[in-house]
Design a protein around this ligand. Structure first.
Ligand code: IMP
Ligand code: MG
Length: 270
């Protein structure tokens, strides 16, 4: 360790090149390309070298870097730039980072509530699939996952007739503690109906968790047990929420431009 720790980066690079010399030309050039005059990069190249060269060499390099507290991701790698705003989005309401932080908070609340009891997360398709998949990966206690499919909007922005397309199997509901997860609580009709239906089918308890809550449009007295964000009375898309089946794949939540839902045809190719 002392020997390698005392080397400056330039010298370490020289040794690495020497290590490559007897190997195939392609290996030599890739090893050289992976080495930068920074110790972090020398460390990163050590594991690569361990495959190509002598294991002892890699261990020496790693130990030296560890001793200097440099076993970390190499600096200088550009961060992913934020995604461009979709042309149909008026404004971004919640960025990816804000969404992540909000879900962290709610996941902690849910974890505390269900610790010590098995429960089932029931994701309301399609809108909540993105939220539910991020949420469950932040809940470090045993849970099961089930799906229910409901649609109320068709291709407009006004609440229409509610259709429940399918329920979880009876064995996934009866006697279980359920957490119904939906993308947005708007009028409240969908979740009110689903909670009643789950209880009627024998659920032991039913709580609800919504990604967004739009209280301005509530037409029932429904209150969600957990919610990530409140939104004002705007039609929002992204992070699972759609308009006419589109925009679910946007990684942020944005307000849809009025002209998109006021124009007669649905958005093409998005
Ligand atoms: P509710 O039954 O009126 O509470 O409506 C719930 C459903 O309406 C949600 O699961 C969404 O699918 C849909 N919805 C309500 N508001 C919005 C919105 O702003 N954008 C996208 N979908 C919405
Ligand atoms: Mg929905």
């Amino acid at each position: 360790v002392g020997r390698w720790a005392s080397l400056r980066n330039g010298e370490a690079r020289k040794v690495l090149w020497a290590g490559c010399a007897g190997r195939r030309r392609t290996m030599r050039s890739s090893a050289r390309a992976s080495v930068r005059p920074r110790a972090g990069a020398v460390c990163a190249s050590a594991s690569f070298a361990s495959i190509l060269f002598a294991p002892s060499f890699a261990l020496d390099c790693a130990a030296a870097a560890f001793a200097r507290r440099e076993l970390c991701a190499p600096r200088g790698i550009p961060q992913a730039s934020p995604p461009p705003v979709h042309e149909d989005v008026e404004t971004i309401l919640f960025t990816e980072a804000q969404i992540g932080a909000g879900i962290d908070r709610v996941a902690r609340e849910v974890t505390a509530a269900y610790r010590g009891t098995g429960f089932t997360v029931v994701s309301v398709l399609k809108g909540s699939c993105v939220f539910a998949s991020d949420l469950i990966r932040r809940i470090p206690i045993p849970l099961e996952l089930a799906f229910v499919s409901a649609s109320s909007y068709g291709s407009g922005v006004e609440s229409g007739t509610l259709e429940v397309n399918f329920f979880p199997a009876e064995s996934e509901i009866r006697g279980r503690d359920l957490l119904l997860v939906d993308d947005i609580l708007d009028t409240g009709r969908t979740l009110a109906r689903l909670v009643d239906e789950m209880k009627r089918r024998g659920a032991r308890s039913v709580r609800t968790c919504v990604f967004l809550d739009k209280p301005a449009r509530r037409a029932t007295s429904f209150v969600a047990d957990y919610r990530v964000f409140e939104v004002e009375d705007l039609f929002v898309v992204g992070y699972g929420l759609d308009f006419a089946g589109h925009y679910r794949n946007l990684p942020y939540v944005g307000a849809l431009k009025r002209e998109c839902y006021e124009r007669p045809r649905s958005p093409a190719g998005r």
